[in-house]
Design a protein around this ligand. Sequence first.
Ligand code: PMT
Length: 245
Amino acid sequence: GRHGDLAGRRVIVTAGGTQEPIDPVRYVGNRSSGKMGYNLAVEARDRGAHVILVSGPVALPPPFGVEMHLVETAMQMRDAVSDFITDADALIMSAAVADFRPTRVAEQKIKKLRTEATGQHREDEFSIDLVANPDILGELALALKGGHAGEQHTGISIPQLKRRLIRVGFAAETEHLVEHAQAKLQRKQLDLLVANDVSRTDSGFGTDTNKVLIFHADGAMEDLPVMPKTGVAAAIWDRVVPLLG
Ligand code: PMT
């Protein structure tokens, strides 16, 4: 049975989307509701794990019995993951992390009409420069490969991992699902990659159900039926448990 099969384990789950500020009132964000990640956290808790839930801003209540860490930006999510990674048994990144953030954050609310006083001209167009955010799972793969030296190349610091860390990523794709998912699993050196087809109406962002493919490090692929996100969460932990040392 599944009951208690995560007892004594420490797991980190990331959930929701990150929000990257443009000015004091606006941000670049995405449609993640946090449902997939919160279900993963609750399932792990019910199986006996100590769960650290690193969550972007979502409308869901914090689950009982789960250690919550609220973040807004990708940089903050990276720092939180980095803080807890050393004694974790598993990391599941279901968060939709923004790949880019505004290069500059305006100190004051950006006005629609630009005036001569600011030295700028009135325009009908407005653009925001973006800069790449760190790839949290990618940095982690690099840091693990480089051991102690990893810290020099990435923002993730791993003094000494207590146990083998099982890493699970998600992939939100609108096309070429299998190819993109396999490439991500390779690039981020993951144990499992869960790919959801976000172009379906019953799957992906915001829905209560999900239709996923699970890719394993050895090349195996499983095509799961549409299920409630609670069921998808259970299926994922079912596959993580045998990988734990
Ligand atoms: O929250 P819900 O409404 O329930 O929706 C769930 C979901 C669709 C958001 C979720 O199931 C999902 O697919 N999450 C990952 C979405 C995503 O950003 O995928 P990606 O292909 O951009 O990223 C691939 C993996 O790398 C992910 O595990 C992501 O967390 C991670 N990543 C991405 C960017 C980045 N800078 N650092 C990362 O670690």
